[in-house]
Design a protein around this ligand. Structure first.
Ligand code: BV8
Ligand code: ZN
Length: 242
């Protein structure tokens, strides 16, 4: 793949002190995790209304629970790809590197990123909706239902549609966006709010926005530089030039 970094982007990166990587499902696509809205996206087969919301869970906890177990099985057999690894390695060359991710797959941490803000939670964590007891993989099943010892239902610790994002994580992410020099947007449609608002906060705070995606998105017209290609190929190329 022919690749060249224009001078402006190159200089901006060379002078950068703080870099934020805002990521979505597209960064994990090359690890084998289906995206949400792409041609093989999981939403295409299943509707978010039916699955990723609290009422759906109360109505059919077994279906929603099994969907997350299915996704967890996929994730457990996946590895971080060169995009996740490049982001982790960038920590050695810049004063501050932060990841703000919409993904729940834990791949950034597994790749070695240290400062990771998980806006939509993490599929490896679960909690009881009654007593809030936290669980990992040790959720007791009673007739196939995830049940806490107190009798309450156990749910994945992810943010469903209509639910609030963890306020501390969201506020910390906003602060990073306000104080960074370069803000990468990697593998996201940028249509899910309030997460996507962080992109525009970074822009309005004077950050240099670089998008990496295989197609144009709602964000493309707002960025300073777009790279159209796979994150696992483009990110290593960018950082090999600086
Ligand atoms: C909230 C966790 C109230 C769970 C997720 C109507 C009714 C109800 C709500 C709303 C509504 N209208 C709007 C809303 C708000 C709603 C929303 O934004 N909906 C959207 C769909 C319009 N948001 C909410 O409900 C949020 N809560 O609003 O609460 C409130 C109100 C005010 C203030 C505070 C609170 C909660 C949203 C969180 C939902 N949970 N996930 C789970 O994972 O099961 S969202 C889900 O979508 C994932 O987190 C995912 O990350 C996220 C965004 O999708 P993307 O990551 O962008 O993934 P996608 O597949 O869309 O795109 C992949 C991209 O990668 C594509 O661009 C593709 O081209 C690219 N790509 C593919 N391959 C590659 C690649 N790029 C590079 N390289 C590749 N190889
Ligand atoms: Zn409980």
């Amino acid at each position: 793949m022919k690749f060249s970094l224009d001078d402006k982007t190159k200089q901006t990166l060379l002078n950068a002190k703080s870099i934020v990587f805002f990521t979505g499902a597209g960064i994990s696509a090359e690890s084998g995790i289906p995206t949400f809205r792409g041609k093989d996206g999981i939403w295409n087969k299943l509707k978010p209304e039916e699955l990723a919301n609290f009422n759906a869970f109360l109505k059919n906890p077994k279906l929603v629970w099994e969907w997350y177990q299915h996704r967890k099985d996929i994730i457990n057999n996946c590895q971080p790809n060169p995009a996740h690894k490049t982001i982790a390695e960038a920590q050695n060359s810049f004063d501050r590197v932060t990841v703000i991710t919409q993904n729940i797959d834990n791949l950034h941490k597994r790749a070695g990123s240290k400062t990771v803000y998980e806006l939509h939670g993490n599929i490896e964590r679960n909690f009881c909706i009654k007593c809030k007891k936290e669980y990992g993989d040790d959720v007791p099943l009673k007739e196939g239902l995830p049940k806490c010892e107190c009798g309450g239902l156990v749910r994945p610790d992810v943010v469903w549609f209509g639910e609030y994002l963890p306020q501390d994580v969201f506020q910390a992410s906003e602060k990073e966006a306000e104080n960074c020099d370069v803000f990468f947007i990697v593998g996201t449609t940028g249509i899910v709010y309030p997460a996507a608002s962080i992109i525009y906060l970074a822009k309005n705070s004077g950050a240099y926005l670089i998008e990496i995606n295989i197609t144009e998105t709602d964000v493309t017209s707002s960025v300073d530089q777009s790279f159209f290609g796979k994150a696992g190929e483009v990110l290593p190329l960018i950082f090999s030039e600086i």
